[in-house]
Unconditional design. Structure first.
Length: 170
């Protein structure tokens, strides 16, 4: 069913490890917000005892050129990100993405707006945080095609542009 929505056809799908390699070589990093947790079901709403990955150090220390964080699993991930990185938000470094995609209702998120006043409305921020629609088939309220368009528009295309600029600037 989704085959008709693929950009290049089912014969062009590459194995997961190769997909990750292609993304990484083009300046993308893939990392879960949560490093470990208790989750008795496959639902993110059932996450408890969560311990975050050290995304702040990854961005500020190891990769200070990061300018965009895309949370690829919707509202729950944005809530976890806000919960675990409150001090980073309050530092003024982060800002929610200003636009919201009308079809997927993704982009900015209310979980981040609570930091607006403490940061002079994100006036000195350097990293934007975009909340994307959940990528799993369980997030069925958004079609595969809508998800593909969202990630092409707000993640892949701008990420590739940033990667080219950084590599030509050095």
């Amino acid at each position: 069913m989704f085959e008709s929505k693929l950009r290049h056809g089912i014969d062009k799908i590459i194995p997961y490890d190769e997909q990750v390699k292609v993304l990484v070589t083009h300046g993308f990093a893939l990392w879960d917000v949560v490093a470990s947790c208790v989750r008795p079901t496959s639902l993110d709403v059932d996450i408890s005892n969560d311990i975050p990955n050290d995304i702040r150090s990854f961005c500020e220390v190891q990769h200070p050129t990061v300018r965009r964080i895309v949370l690829a699993n919707g509202i729950k991930q944005s809530e976890l990100f806000a919960k675990h990185f409150t001090s980073w938000w309050e530092s003024g470094t982060l800002r929610p993405f200003a636009e919201v995609d009308s079809e997927t209702k993704s982009g900015g998120v209310k979980a981040f707006q609570k930091f607006s006043k403490k940061t002079q409305h994100f006036s000195n921020s350097t990293i934007e945080c975009i909340v994307g629609p959940g990528v799993s088939p369980a997030a069925a309220s958004v079609s595969y095609e809508q998800k593909r368009i969202f990630y092409e528009t707000y993640c892949y295309r701008p990420g590739l542009v940033d990667h080219k600029l950084l590599n030509h600037a050095s």
